[in-house]
Design a protein around this ligand. Structure first.
Ligand code: F6P
Length: 538
């Protein structure tokens, strides 16, 4: 659709001007002192998620320009095109309709979606009621692993406890081997998940799992290996009889809502899986219907653009203060970096602005004892997303009351730490404060001023806090959909095809070329480094 590219819009120029004045902008703490309404002005409510953006380095003029940018880049028109089912993934000629997987009766492909959903949930319930199946192994990689793995971990308190759930993704045999040794063939169900059913890692692991099953005396292979794929023929060739399909209009990294979520449905059951879909659908409706000024995924995406492009922050840290979300940053890495890590726009023209930030992170409070040092005092300014849940829900329902009370007290420690970190990043500590801390105390062998310099925090470091009531199937669904739409917002403004991933192809092709050389030893047409390394390892 013809539209001005973001860097040619009037609001882009305004944002460049805002960014030039940024050095003169009062520090975040001063902005709060100057404006008693700052928190109210920059915090927003979406289904299941409250977003506090007031600790971001934004002002009303900056946000107004970002909103104009969204309008000038026709964000709403592009959003509607996605929901309607236009082929917005133009390099692959595909619709982008993961939203239809949780959509209502009017959404595209409704009957197909409901057909597979009903079938997969019935099967999930059947397996939940089969005591002889004690172990379920999901074999897949990328979108066929990261979403279900993250969600099963996040929803552990809602999970059936008489079964164990395992995930194998890496082609490194270390991954599969460590799991196989815990299994018995007759008690194990393998779910081979691959959209294409051609992915080297997944097929290698699936063949090895099959070999283990047969060598360990397993019988009735068809009852112990099932598939989730768009390529039913290839799954049958492997020997799989039961497959759950999905469609080329579901991108791998957007597929947890489809049959790719089968392992999650087995873990949490049909009712909770529907609640997970419902949470996402609520967020879809918010994204579709809420004016941009209050539209949380849009606002998060716009602040990402402000940080990435105009303030040149090249990375973003994701710090969920919830151990259940320990894999959330890994999940977001694929979602955001595979979607928006692109160097050409949708027309194939090189972009003249930065695109996806590097997304990384770790659950709090663990991160505090690792990389938070750099966040507070390092030379790069890295915006942080804190994710917190007001109420704790713990996996083990059978713990004694006294222990549960103790864990609830720990939850307050967790939340206090999350708030303390975002506050510390913002307020910092001046040299005078650092000096005063040591007034009158004996020297440590270093003079007080030098020590104070080490103990000074620059502060004025931005963060967002996303607050959930608790982490449940519904709120997790909303949280994931929020990030999908946040990613969409950035990609739409940058004018990218956020739904292809050509950047992963070259490495796959070169690996196929290198593999036979381990046997033949041939090094023709290789660069000297690769050739010499190959000689040392083959
Ligand atoms: O890493 C590239 C990729 O194509 C991802 O986009 C995808 O999620 C993953 O590989 C796995 O693909 P498949 O589900 O087809 O095995």
């Amino acid at each position: 659709m013809p539209t001005l590219r973001c860097d040619q819009t009037p609001s882009w120029k305004q944002l460049l001007a805002h960014a030039q004045q940024h050095a003169q902008m009062p520090a975040l703490s001063a902005l709060f002192e100057q404006d008693a309404q700052r928190f109210q002005r920059f915090s927003f409510t979406a289904p299941a998620v409250f977003a506090d953006l007031s600790k971001q380095q934004i002002t009303t003029p900056v946000l107004d320009s970002l909103l104009s940018l969204a309008r000038e880049c026709q964000l709403e028109t592009k959003r509607d095109a996605m929901f309607r089912g236009d082929e917005i993934n133009i390099t692959e000629g595909r619709q982008v309709l993961h939203t239809a997987l949780r959509g209502g009766a009017n959404s595209p492909h409704y009957n197909e979606v409901q057909g597979v959903l009903t079938e997969m949930l019935a099967y999930a319930e059947q397996i939940r009621n089969q005591p002889q199946i004690t172990d379920i192994v999901n074999i897949g990689i990328g979108g066929s692993d990261l979403g279900p793995r993250m969600a099963v971990q996040a929803l552990e308190p809602f999970t059936q406890t008489d079964k164990r759930y395992h995930f194998v993704s890496n082609v490194d045999g270390f991954d599969l081997a460590s799991i196989l040794q815990k299994l018995r063939p007759q008690n194990t169900l393998f779910i081979i998940v691959s959209k294409t059913f051609t992915t080297q890692e997944t097929l290698s692991n699936a063949h090895s799992a099959k070999a283990w099953f047969e060598a360990s005396g397993g019988t009735g292979l068809a009852d112990h290996f099932i598939g989730v794929t768009t390529n039913i023929e290839a799954a049958s060739a492997f020997g799989i009889q039961r497959t759950f399909g999905f469609w080329d209009w579901v991108g791998g990294r957007y597929s947890v809502w489809s049959a790719v979520g089968l392992v999650l449905a087995m873990a949490i059951g049909a009712k909770s899986f529907r609640a997970f879909l419902h949470g996402a659908r609520q967020m879809d409706e918010h994204f579709m219907q809420t004016p941009l000024e209050h539209n949380v995924p849009v606002l998060l995406g716009l602040v990402d653009i402000w940080n990435r492009v105009f303030l040149q922050r090249s990375s973003r840290c994701v710090a969920p203060y919830h151990q259940g979300l320990a894999r959330f940053a890994a999940y977001l890495q694929q979602l955001e970096m595979e979607s928006n890590g692109k160097g050409v726009d949708i027309l194939g023209n090189a972009v003249a602005y930065p695109t996806s930030a590097t997304v990384w992170g770790e659950a709090g409070t663990n991160g505090q004892h690792a990389f938070f040092q750099m966040l507070h005092q390092g030379t790069d300014i890295i915006p942080v997303d804190f994710i917190i849940a007001k109420e704790a829900i713990y996996p083990a329902a059978t713990l004694p009351d006294q222990v549960v009370n103790q864990l609830k007290a720990q939850h307050q420690i967790l939340l206090a730490n999350a708030l303390a970190q975002s506050r510390a990043l913002m307020i910092g500590k001046t040299r005078e404060q650092a000096l005063a801390e040591f007034a009158g105390k004996p020297s440590t062998g270093i003079d007080a001023l030098t020590l104070a310099k080490h103990r000074t925090f620059p502060g004025n470091r931005p963060s967002t806090t996303l607050l959930l009531q608790n982490l449940s199937p519904e709120s997790l669904g909303a949280l994931i959909a929020l990030h999908e739409h946040r990613t969409f917002t950035c990609g739409a403004i940058w004018n990218l095809d956020s739904f292809d991933q050509w950047g992963v192809e070259l490495g796959k092709t070169l690996a196929k070329d290198l593999l036979p050389r381990f046997k033949t030893g041939q090094t023709e047409n290789l660069d000297a480094s690769t050739a010499e390394l190959l000689k040392r390892i083959s």
